[in-house]
Design a protein around this ligand. Structure first.
Ligand code: SF4
Length: 613
């Protein structure tokens, strides 16, 4: 069918075998691609209680109908697996050109299973698929690995795990093009557990055909015009990248500060986009994902850091907002040079900056409150101690000393500390919090608790600018709509930042993209149903793992429910006006999502979505 290749490549590492399989048309029609396709196969193939770092876990790297076509803002890829950090469902979305390259090589999906007897990497081209010896790559940083694997052809798309993933750090990420990441949930550790260092793909130079070239051209023009219109209006992401969000988040009282003890950071204007612009004037270069007309990403063009290896000049990324929030404000650090170095080290070691910033912030608050146990008291670290953070990153990646404790993530580390720590441990379902405090937006907490992945900022927010000053039920419909939109974007796959084009991308646009790429008769209603199906199936994957009713896992941390924000524009707010409001709103959200009050999808919902077994 146009838009899809209809093929998957299955790599069985234990047997060192590769085979090509067809993907049934019905599966593609019911799950689209990307996140949806990976969720379908994960649920079908990874049984309950599988050890995420064991031989039976699998990782799915998926493209969608838009990858490799002329449609812009689609240089994306999805990864889906069982998370070693949360022991639940995880999906992650990454930019660059890996997704389009997978598609051009002839596949919608790459399935990796088993465990190789020794370190290997996978090479894929249109005519050749091989499992190769990676003994000499093992131990190398993601940067060194990528340089090596791109030598024969610099345009090869590589993803690799770094030293952190090799050592099974629970929040290790996968890195592509030096600074793009499948960041969340420990996918780098899944590679590490499989003795898999990297995947390198080079497809042929061709565009993937869609069903209707004229409509495709019209759509390309329309999306480009909407991006241009946003630029004319001063489009912040194009001109200022995501670092512009530092000032915005601080101004609305949502910026993580000192392990989320506050939401305004006095040093915010030393780590924002204007500081970066002034300090590195004329030395920034754009490094967009393939075919992007928004172009939000920046790297440094010139050598300016004493710590940077010479071969890495030009590939040092400007930290994204999430990193500036979690490794800046959340650690009380206002030194932009230090944060750039931390970001670079995390990229090289293969560490998720969101989880890393959280676990170090947790350690800092334990230090602040004198709660570290005796055996860790030589590892104290105060908020603002950037030099010590830089040293800690190496310890985490190598699991040396305190680094071994931190490598378990916030929940895992808290579990080793006894009763003193849990109220300071910020996570939902084991996934650490992104740089947006739920006490700053009405209903945002419901987005975090009902995401199968846990506390992710990319699962749909309610459309409101209000803080949690009233009952959350009025924002539920917009939250559900946005959740569905995010799922569609991650399945087609189109960048989340299409919320910033003018007018912003909506569900009807997603239906149009599906129509144009695949020729299916998609409508806003039909793609909403697909989105509901994917949301429900991801939830069912988690339910198979639970010991208790699902509702008991859909929780916000103690701090967000019970500690009012101490100062700033959101002073006095908790994430909900009361515990009762949280419970009532959650029950209502379940109802609108077709779930029982305990959080199980009803039989009728499963039947309507074609998910009854
Ligand atoms: S907006 Fe940014 S992240 Fe999104 S596709 Fe473009 S360059 Fe990549």
């Amino acid at each position: 069918m146009p838009g899809w290749t209809g093929r998957l490549l299955r790599v069985e590492l234990s047997k060192l075998q590769i085979r090509d399989e067809a993907i049934p048309d019905t599966v593609l029609q019911q799950f689209i691609g990307g996140k949806g396709l990976g969720t379908y196969y994960l649920y079908k193939e990874v049984p309950a209680r599988t050890n995420p770092l064991g031989v039976d876990n699998r990782i799915y790297l998926a493209a969608g109908p838009a990858q490799g076509t002329r449609i812009p803002i689609t240089g994306r890829c999805s990864a889906i697996s069982k998370s070693p950090l949360t022991h639940l469902y995880i999906d992650s979305n990454m930019g660059g050109y890996f997704g389009p390259e997978l598609k051009r090589a002839g596949y919608d999906l790459l399935v990796i299973e088993g465990q190789a007897p020794k370190p290997v990497w996978i090479h894929i081209s249109e005519n050749e698929q091989e499992i190769k010896d990676a003994t000499k790559l093992w131990g190398k940083t993601t940067h060194e690995t990528e340089l090596q694997l791109r030598k024969p052809n610099p345009k090869t798309a590589v993803i690799s795990t770094g030293p952190a993933g090799e050592r099974l750090v629970r929040f290790a990420c996968l890195t592509h093009n030096y600074f793009r990441n499948f960041g969340r949930g420990g996918l780098g550790a899944v590679f590490g557990s499989k003795n898999l260092k990297a995947v390198a793909i080079r497809g042929p130079k061709k565009k993937i055909a869609t069903t209707d070239a004229d409509r495709e051209r019209e759509l390309v023009i329309k999306l480009a015009q909407r991006a241009r219109k946003a630029k004319k209006r001063g489009h912040s992401l194009h001109y200022r990248g995501t670092p512009w969000l530092v000032d915005y988040s601080n101004s609305v009282g949502m910026f993580p500060t000192k392990n989320f003890q506050a939401t305004v950071f006095e040093g915010h204007n030393k780590i924002d986009d204007e500081t970066i612009e002034a300090k590195f004037q004329g030395q920034k270069g754009r490094t967009p994902c393939e075919g992007c007309v928004i172009s939000c990403a920046w790297t440094f063009k010139a050598p300016q850091f004493s710590w940077a290896p010479k071969d890495q000049v030009g590939e040092i990324a400007i930290p994204e907002y999430e990193t500036l929030g979690l490794m800046g404000g959340n650690l009380g650090i206002n030194d932009i040079d230090a944060i750039i170095q931390m970001n670079h080290l995390c990229n090289n070691f293969g560490l998720d900056t969101i989880s890393t910033g959280n676990v170090i912030g947790f350690l800092m608050e334990l230090t602040q409150r004198g709660l570290l146990p005796k055996n860790l008291q030589s590892d104290t670290i105060a908020f603002g101690e950037a030099d010590k953070v830089i040293q800690l990153l190496t310890k985490i990646a190598t699991r040396e000393g305190i680094g071994d404790h931190l490598a378990r993530g916030v929940r895992g580390f808290a579990e080793t500390l006894g009763e003193s720590a849990p109220n300071l441990a910020l996570h939902t379902k084991g996934l650490e919090y992104p740089a947006w405090d739920p006490r700053g937006k009405l209903g945002l907490g419901l987005s975090y608790v009902t995401a199968a992945a846990g506390a992710s900022h990319l699962r749909g927010w309610p459309s409101t600018t209000k803080p949690p000053e009233s009952n959350a039920i009025p924002v539920l419909d917009s939250l559900i709509e946005q959740q569905n939109l995010k799922i569609l974007k991650d399945s087609l796959i189109i960048c989340h930042f299409t919320h910033s084009i003018s007018p912003r991308l909506n569900i009807a646009d997603c239906a149009e993209i599906l129509q144009v790429t695949t020729g299916t008769k998609a409508t806003a209603d039909s793609v909403t149903e697909i989105s509901n199906r994917i949301w429900t199936l991801a939830r069912m994957f988690n339910i198979r793992e639970y010991d208790k009713p699902p509702r008991q896992y859909d929780k916000l941390p103690h701090r967000f429910m019970n500690e009012p924000i101490p100062k700033g524009p959101t002073k006095g707010f908790t994430a909900f006006i009361s515990h009762q409001d949280f419970e009532t709103s959650l029950t209502e959200l379940y109802k609108r999502r077709g779930c029982t009050p305990k959080g199980h999808p009803t039989k009728e919902t499963l039947r309507n979505l074609g998910l009854s077994s």
